[in-house]
Ligand binder design. Structure first.
Ligand SMILES: Cc1cc2nc3c(=O)[nH]c(=O)nc-3n(C[C@H](O)[C@H](O)[C@H](O)COP(=O)(O)O)c2cc1C
Length: 148
């Protein structure tokens, strides 16, 4: 577990902005990290895997607002666009391999997502993955809780 209090010693010693991170996954943990560290902001790593909108959700919640994140078609569009962007950025060979972890992180959170993940995860052709992903996401259920 990250020692957010230890970041407080750094914050007291320097005159530049300090950003706390480690084990921040939601608004309560972000709030606690800010409180214990006195930091100027927080960063989120693993907690954003498969749900990059969690940053906006946490920011909204800390501001007393609610942001549910993308649902249904909008969620499928985020996943498909992310996949296309990874392929475009890394090229088809490296891109297909790099994107596998992102697909797993997204799909393990969706009802029925792991069946789809297992259907596409070894495929080497990006256009085949994209086609199966586009079709498969139509049959996936909503976001489910996954074990940390
Ligand atoms: C897969 C993975 C890759 C990471 N790569 C880097 C890196 O290249 N440079 C770095 O400074 N930290 C890296 N980190 C550390 C994270 O930036 C972060 O400090 C750490 O994961 C704790 O924050 P978290 O609990 O929000 O994930 C990496 C962490 C993970 C899990």
């Amino acid at each position: 577990m990250a020692d957010w209090g230890a970041i407080g010693a750094v914050k007291s010693a320097v005159n530049i902005p300090v950003i706390a991170n480690g084990d921040i996954i939601d608004a309560p943990s972000a709030s606690r990290a800010l409180e214990l560290s006195g930091a100027d902001g927080v960063m989120i790593g693993r907690g954003a895997q498969g749900q990059p909108w969690v940053l906006a959700q946490i920011a909204a919640e800390l501001a007393g607002q609610v942001y549910r994140g993308p649902q249904g078609h909008a969620l499928a569009d985020v996943i498909l666009k992310h996949y296309e962007d990874v392929i475009r950025f890394y090229g088809p060979d490296l891109g297909v391999r790099n994107a596998r972890k992102h697909l797993t992180w997204y799909l393990e959170r969706l009802e029925g997502g792991m069946e789809l993940r297992n259907l596409i995860i070894r495929e080497r052709d990006a256009s085949v993955v994209l086609k199966r992903l586009t079709e498969g996401l139509k049959n996936c259920g909503p976001i489910i809780e996954v074990a940390a």
